[in-house]
Design a protein around this ligand. Structure first.
Ligand code: BGC
Length: 776
């Protein structure tokens, strides 16, 4: 069900605050759901209901010093700028994410903030999305684990979170009105599961609806999305807030299940009028106002504690955390052994690239934090290696203006150096909230510089700063190593130095594939759409699901990342875990550090359905575990798979379905680097299909009850029984074509094509099936 009904079909729950709601006037209730200003909810002082402040989010606090407006981006109070989601998720470390969430919440408490507006967990459908730096992955499992850890961390300190942007907000082009046209299965398998996971495991305080439409209906006024799915199916008990300015029709929004419009747009009076003239049921408004009261309950203790402002020591601790975590986020894409550098060696180091001294550490837009401090890599490198060993030239200007003398100076530095550290990346204006990129290339001036650098030095290490994947194929061959730093937050400079000198061990892994060419990307022909529509035509084949199914070569696969050591995998095994329900398994594997240094491995588990009745990706990530292992030591890793790991969304029955048959569980270090496989066999989920006269003979025969009912009904009917028998034959031999043709025929149509079966018999078969299904 993806097109929205007019009204939700699930009943509203009883009010949590019936007495308070009962005492409020219609106007007061309408005010509660309408927001006071850009960052505050409305209070009702007479009723003892306070106004509270909410603010961005997601990787640090952006509390604007004055009320200003949502676009006053530069003027917020200083806060720790942690690595944005693009980097943080690349750590594949939920514990690190939780610690960051808790630290952000502590800063929020000290600033009297009730709700931090994050995390954002939209799927990276295309590397071009301008806001990918704020999102976690092309894969819903990774995005869900990341989002859950962030919400858990924030809420562990009593502060509210806002899971955003719900849903299918995967581009910035036309984001305020575009319709994401997505089929039901793709929504369920790719664009919704991360939200589902966070909602069902963490109960975020709020969910923020997206700006866009889904299949023609604005998210802000989509009863299916905001009520039937979110509350009815997933059991969400929190408040739905609009993205800033996402409400077009305040009455339709409240009716659909939106509880708070931010910032206010005059909806209050419109809602009052709608209740008065009967267009909006007052009981629906009561429910929305009641949810605002629940939000106040849930955040009350954190605000009432009146935490004092954080002192320098607390901010220093958060900076240290930002540094430690940043070091676990960067992904070592390539290394010929040049890294790590010897901190106490004598090699002359040439640092090149403006990003070394002017770091790019976060993305632009509503998430832009004013950092408490800012480490640059050049200073950090000098602090480790000493000033004498390090020469620096920016090589290019960040504003894109080309200056030959700049490049010449950098080439001279490279020529004199034993190793070159080239800090390249995307300038701030290349990617931002509010618009998408049109290319995946690094800027031409940087590529031209790099060509010269590798011409004079064969040990060029590239360190990248970018919020979404850039192509590397045209330039990587001449380099000695590539460290994809993404955007590493305010301590990224020192974390980068830690990694380059081996003071920290690289342990990040790609959460998005790096393709060879933009044209290789699955959504290439359908991004960002036009005329108000974007068709998600690649369906469930997003990211590695597409590349790996079609064997499209990529520069670096999903899940890839090197370390300074090596790992060997034992044979994986799988044991059933019936305590977690049918089709649940535990996957066991032993991982041994076979190198000389300590390091972390991210063990990844992919599931492949050997024979599916619908097209399924070659394999899908269903679990992972990051383990730190000392040299020579081993770790026993157990990764739990539940039934969902084997399921697809059935368009026939509108539910998750696990088919009977064989599944191959692959265990490895990336989506390409599979180190072991184990097969398991499922009996299916046993749930009845929807079978009727329009279902084909093949569908009847693959359902155990359907096959039995159909067989019994037609056993006596001579020719018809023969026809059934031919449909049940394996698809080979001289009559294979006939059997296949019969399998494809809806049983109701048999009546039209032959006189072997009557309509009454078909009706009896359907009735017998319905009766048998009911007793199952
Ligand atoms: C963004 C949200 C943000 C809000 C408030 C919107 O434009 O899409 O992510 O939380 O502004 O700044």
């Amino acid at each position: 069900m993806t097109s929205a009904p007019d009204r939700p079909t699930v009943p509203a729950p009883p009010l949590a605050h019936p007495d308070v709601i009962g005492r409020l006037t219609l106007e007061q209730k309408a005010s509660l759901v309408s927001g006071a200003d850009f960052w505050h909810t409305q209070g009702v002082p007479d009723a003892g209901i306070p106004s509270v402040m909410v603010t961005d989010g997601p990787h640090g606090l952006r509390k604007q010093a004055d009320q200003a407006d949502a676009v006053g981006l530069g003027g917020s109070n200083p806060a720790t700028c942690f690595p944005p989601a693009v980097a943080l998720a690349s750590s594949w470390d939920p514990d690190a994410v939780r610690r960051v969430g808790a630290a952000i919440a502590d800063e929020a408490r000290a600033e009297q903030i009730a709700v931090v507006l994050g995390p954002g967990i939209n799927i990276k459908r295309s590397p071009l999305c301008g806001r990918n730096f704020e999102y976690a992955s092309e894969d819903p499992f990774v995005a869900g684990v990341f989002g859950a850890a962030m919400v858990e961390g924030i809420q562990s300190r009593g502060v509210g979170s806002s899971l955003k942007h719900f849903a299918a907000n995967n581009q910035e082009t036309d984001r305020l009105r575009v319709s994401a046209d997505v089929d039901e299965r793709t929504l369920r398998e790719i664009y919704l599961p991360a939200f589902e996971h966070v909602v069902t495991t963490q109960q975020p305080t709020t969910v923020m609806c997206s700006y866009n439409k889904i299949n023609g209906t604005y998210s802000s006024q989509n009863p299916w999305l905001l009520t039937d799915l979110l509350r009815g199916e997933w059991g969400f008990g929190g408040l739905v807030v609009s993205d800033w300015g996402a409400v077009s029709d305040p009455v339709a929004a409240v009716a659909a299940g939106l509880d708070l419009e931010m910032p206010p747009s005059g909806g209050e009076t419109v809602i009052v009028a709608a209740v008065q003239d009967g267009r909006l049921d007052e009981a629906v408004l009561d429910v929305a106002a009641d949810r605002l009261l629940t939000l106040l309950d849930r955040t009350h203790d954190a605000l009432a504690a009146q935490d004092p402002a954080l002192d320098d020591e607390a901010y220093a601790r958060h900076h240290d955390l930002a540094r430690e975590v940043a070091a676990s986020c960067a992904v070592l894409l390539e290394n010929d052994g040049t890294l790590p550098l010897d901190p106490s060696g004598s090699a002359r180091i040439g640092v090149v690239g403006a990003f070394a001294s002017e770091p790019r550490y976060q993305g632009a837009g509503s998430s832009q934090v004013v950092p408490t401090r800012l480490d640059d890599a050049l200073t950090a490198i000098r602090a480790v290696a000493g000033d004498d060993r390090v020469a620096y030239a920016p090589g290019f200007r960040l504003d894109g203006t080309v200056d030959g003398a700049f490049a010449d100076e950098a080439v001279a530095v490279a020529r004199d150096a034993d190793v070159v550290l080239a800090f390249l990346g995307l300038p701030g204006a290349a990617e931002s909230e509010g618009y998408d990129r049109t290319t995946m290339s690094l800027p031409d001036d940087q590529l031209a510089l790099l060509e010269q650098l590798v011409g004079v030095n064969d040990k060029v290490v590239v360190i990248l700063s970018n919020g979404s994947a850039v192509t590397v194929t045209e330039w990587r061959d001449g380099t000695a190593a590539i460290l994809e730093g993404w955007l590493l937050g305010q301590a990224g400079g020192s974390a980068t130095a830690d990694l380059l000198f081996g003071l920290a061990s690289p342990s990040g892994r790609l959460t998005e594939t790096i393709p060879h060419h933009l044209e290789d990307t699955p959504s290439y022909l359908g991004f960002p759409g036009g005329d108000g529509h974007v068709l998600y035509g690649e369906g469930v084949h997003v990211g590695y699901r597409y590349y790996d199914t079609l064997h499209v070569p990529v520069a670096y696969p999903f899940g890839h990342g090197l370390t300074y050591t090596t790992f060997a995998y034992g044979e994986p095994t799988a044991t059933p875990a019936p305590d977690r329900g049918p089709n649940a398994w535990d996957v066991h594997v032993t991982v041994t550090n076979t190198g000389e240094r300590a390091g972390s491995e991210v063990v990844q588990v992919y599931v492949h359905d050997v024979a599916a009745r619908v097209p399924r990706p070659a394999h899908e990530l269903r679990g992972f575990s990051k383990v730190s292992v000392e040299p020579g030591a081993s770790a026993d890793v157990v990764i739990s798979l539940d039934a969902r790991a084997f399921a697809f969304w059935s368009l026939r029955d509108h539910r998750w379905e696990v088919e009977a048959g064989e599944f191959v569980i692959e265990v490895g270090a990336s989506s390409h680097d599979v180190r072991g496989r184990v097969s398991v066999t499922s009996d299916g989920d046993g749930a009845p299909h929807h079978l009727d006269a329009t279902s084909t003979i093949g569908e009847w025969l693959t359902d155990p009850v359907g096959a039995q009912v159909l067989g019994a009904a037609l056993a006596a009917a001579g020719d018809a029984a023969g026809m059934l028998a031919s449909a049940a034959e394996p698809a080979s031999g001289p009559d294979a074509g006939w059997g296949e043709m019969v399998r494809q025929m809806p049983i109701g149509k048999v009546v039209s094509f032959t006189d072997m079966v009557t309509r009454d018999q078909v009706d009896q078969v359907v009735a017998a099936y319905d009766a048998a299904s009911r007793v199952r």
